[in-house]
Design a protein. Structure first.
Length: 216
């Protein structure tokens, strides 16, 4: 709002370079605001039971690449390499909407906190009880232990700026926890300052989800 006021009041006296700088800043602000509103609305709808839960078998590699495609512009601007270490032909039994939101939020988080020229990898493997364990790993700025303990908590203030000044409210991680636990899985993180972070989450197999759904 401040930038638009400056342009409205002093546009005739501004140079092209000044206008371009403000336009870039406004564009980033609009993107960040859109992301915040999207997470707020998504979380609100989930809390009110307005998001249906319809797990089905999804192709792991192709679906993950499709989800991450929307984040590639942000990654390319920071010259980040995104690597997919996912087994060909594997599937995951999950709600498509929630699964997409989890991967998008966690990968977006890694992009924010990884400096230019860094790398992010997405991998998956079978874990206990035939669940699929996902890992989103980056070599970014990492976190101190005090902050790690506050993640995924709605009543804790964990916002901080990304490596290019990108704001973060922490709400996306809260949303991820809600969606993972809806599947009967769990989410956690390992991180070290200046060395990067790895976010893990599990999605139980089809039989477990069907059993839990019938019990509910």
């Amino acid at each position: 709002m401040g930038l638009t006021q400056i342009m409205a009041e002093d546009l005739p006296n501004m140079s092209f370079a000044e206008i371009q700088t403000i336009a870039v800043s406004m564009s980033k602000s609009a993107d960040n605001l859109y992301g915040l509103l999207e997470n707020l609305l998504e979380w609100s709808r989930f809390q009110r039971g307005m998001i249906s839960f319809d797990p089905k078998e999804l192709p792991l590699l192709s679906k993950t690449k499709e989800i991450i495609q929307s984040l590639m512009d942000s990654a390319n601007k920071k010259d980040l390499e995104i690597v997919f270490n996912l087994p060909e032909g594997s599937t995951v039994f999950a709600d498509e909407y929630m699964f997409s939101s989890i991967l998008r939020n966690l990968t977006s988080n890694s992009i924010k906190f990884t400096p230019k020229g860094g790398a992010i990898s997405l991998s998956a493997k079978s874990s206990e009880n035939d669940a699929v364990e996902f890992a989103i790993r980056d070599n970014g700025i990492g976190m101190e232990e005090k902050m790690v303990k506050k993640l995924f908590c709605l009543d804790e203030y964990t916002n901080r700026q990304g490596t290019e000044g990108e704001p973060s409210t922490g709400l996306g991680l809260v949303l991820c926890k809600e969606f993972v636990e809806k599947h009967g899985g769990k989410i956690w993180v390992e991180s070290e300052e200046e060395k990067g972070s790895t976010f893990y989450f599990t999605i139980p197999n089809q039989s477990s989800l069907v059993k839990d759904s019938n019990q509910n």
